[in-house]
Ligand binder design. Structure first.
Ligand code: ADP
Ligand code: MG
Length: 249
């Protein structure tokens, strides 16, 4: 996967919260269909980076270009249009408790103007892609396991057919036994290469299996990046060596 002609470019991204410098000049390039795993210690700016890309957080300086559009200065209505092309999977599922899995996935499509019948059909296909079909699609979030609920969250992000998906620690709030089923779905999507992905996770074995590139963040800056197997074989930074040791446990 070549980094020329990226779908997303982040340059010199800076974000402060009061005296805290959450992002201290981050650069990131993502090619169409590419899977980039971002990791680093708690508080290093991973969530802030993802949030700035869709302007859930407002950057203080730097450039973000998505499909040749300057995200930082984009007027709000155009930003909403851009957000429809970007799927976001959160750590917590944020499903609506009184709606079925199917309707949770279909609702954003209807809100964006799609006819309900077509939206449900799309939702059904998205749920099938994450391994949820038949009776499970009719259940409400309270009747799903954590892994199933997160897969509904993934289907909801997939259904609008985004060209870029952002994942913020999608397995972090799951029981360890349920993590595997979500990682399997993520790996299938990542290796299909039809959607670019930026995945924040601490699952380094997943990074080795599925990522084209691994980005290690530390104190709001990129400490190291490269192909995961190269980063682990020959880490150049202290944090790279730390993550390699974790992987060998
Ligand atoms: N809304 C906020 N208000 C104040 N400080 C914040 C806010 N969001 C994040 N921070 C701070 O910015 C830094 C980076 O946070 P975050 O991006 O959430 O890190 P990570 O996701 O890597 O754990 C941390 O020091 C955090 O406390
Ligand atoms: Mg975070």
């Amino acid at each position: 996967m070549r980094a020329t002609n990226p779908i997303l470019t982040v340059e010199g991204l800076l974000k402060r919260y009061g005296k805290t410098c959450a992002l201290a000049g981050v650069d990131l390039h993502v090619a169409p269909g590419e899977t980039v795993v971002v990791t680093g210690p708690s508080g290093c700016g991973k969530s802030t980076l993802l949030r700035c890309i869709v302007r859930l957080a407002e950057p203080d300086a730097g450039r973000i270009t998505f499909e040749s559009r300057d995200i930082v200065t984009l007027p709000y209505l155009e930003l909403l249009e851009v957000r429809r092309k970007i799927g976001f999977v959160f750590q917590r599922f944020n499903l609506i408790a009184r709606l079925s899995a199917l309707d949770n996935v279909a609702l954003p499509l209807v809100a964006a103007g799609m006819a309900p019948g077509e939206a449900r059909e799309r939702a059904r296909r998205a749920l099938e892609r994450v391994g949820l079909s038949g009776a499970v699609a009719c259940r409400r979030p309270g009747e799903l396991s954590g892994g199933e609920a997160q897969r509904v969250g993934i289907a909801r992000a997939l259904a609008p057919e985004p060209v870029l998906m952002l994942w913020d620690e999608p397995t972090a709030s799951l029981d360890p036994i349920l993590v595997g089923e979500v990682l399997d779905v993520m790996e299938d999507l990542a290796t299909a290469r039809d959607t670019a992905m930026v995945i924040v996770t601490h699952e380094m074995r997943f990074a080795l299996r599925a990522a084209d590139r691994l980005v290690l963040l530390e104190r709001g800056a990129v400490a190291e990046e490269g192909r995961p197997e190269e980063v682990f074989a020959n880490p150049r930074s202290e944090i790279g060596r730390k993550y390699r040791r974790l992987l060998q446990l």
